[in-house]
Design a protein around this ligand. Sequence first.
Ligand SMILES: NC(=O)c1ccc[n+]([C@@H]2O[C@H](COP(=O)([O-])OP(=O)(O)OC[C@H]3O[C@@H](n4cnc5c(N)ncnc54)[C@H](O)[C@@H]3O)[C@@H](O)[C@H]2O)c1
Ligand SMILES: [Zn+2]
Length: 371
Amino acid sequence: MSTTQTVRVDLAERSYDIVIGPQLLASAGERIKAILPKAKCAIVTDENVAAIHLDTLMSSFKSSGIEAETIVMPAGESTKSYAHLEQIVEAAIAMRLERGDAIVAFGGGVIGDLTGFAAAIVRRGVNFVQIPTSLLAQVDSSVGGKTAINSPQGKNLVGAFYQPKLVIADTSVLDTLTEREFRAGFAEVIKYGLINDAEFYNWLELNWSEIRNGGEARVHAIATSCRAKAAIVTRDEFEAGERALLNLGHTFGHALEGIAQYKSDILVHGEGVAIGMVLAHAFSARMNQSSTDDTRRITNYLKSVGLPTDISYLKDHIKSADQMMEFIAQDKKVSRGDLTFILTHGIGKAFVSKDVPASEVHAFLSEALGG
Ligand SMILES: NC(=O)c1ccc[n+]([C@@H]2O[C@H](COP(=O)([O-])OP(=O)(O)OC[C@H]3O[C@@H](n4cnc5c(N)ncnc54)[C@H](O)[C@@H]3O)[C@@H](O)[C@H]2O)c1
Ligand SMILES: [Zn+2]
């Protein structure tokens, strides 16, 4: 039987615990009650998660004597909208939720981002609890307090930094994710090894099937990822510097997502990140910062996990290097032809580079796309 691990996110009076382990939904009510003894809860979830896991969560709340109502949203990225935000905010007000009460996000990153922003603005901020149910949400979006909805003009353009009071990551609920969603989330786990923890990366290479199967290895992979993100967030909560490292592979990845028009049947976020991390390593090697051996090694590993690694994965959609550059320029503030990029000196040695010539990126992409 796996043990439960707790990761503390240290942010002075905004500090909180991330509890990680199997079958935690059953004790979620008790855990929330322990830190917010009198809170009434609005639980926001999506229809997929509601269909499979909501009963378990509700019975835990019930047996702890917590008064709770549920708000069920449609599944998918388009739910991160003004209209759905309004729906949650108005439902919370109608419930007469007060400052001491709580809004609980029960779902993937979409529900977490949307619900966290609602919690930040209802009565200028009510307590917020995250119960992330996708691998991506457990290792990334539920940690660190970034919340947002999308504007018609772009992703995550409207939001707030708002930390939860508690995060409960039940590693068993991941068993009902699709194979593809699990792998996509795993790209973010690999990212933490690549950023600054070569030892973790080595361990991941040896333990993919154990992590996929659940149990102790899965808890360890998720807890190590949360610890890595928490450490970075503690040092740089508002992304003045180091927090940007978390974007390793994301500049290229976001461009690919844009090219795929954010259509998840073509590309999901983690797949874009997987290709993006390979590109970031290959580009670093081209700039004489790292070795092509590392690029080969991570390519092989990502492939063995079942993730895409090559830009040709989107060959039916990418028109040209110019088109990629347009998306990259949108994602970044381009200052005098230079771009800020996360580059690497090798596995576990990522760094922020603020003066990458756009022309070099263009030349690299032209080559990657076959000249
Ligand atoms: N705030 C942050 O720091 C941060 C970081 C990374 C990503 N994000 C955001 O996270 C979002 C992506 O999150 P995601 O990948 O979790 O997407 P998602 O929330 O859309 O979940 C993916 C799919 O899995 C389903 N699902 C979730 N849990 C399930 C379970 N246990 N069993 C079966 N199905 C389940 C969902 O219904 C959905 O269909 C994006 O909007 C992104 O911008 C935020
Ligand atoms: Zn990501």
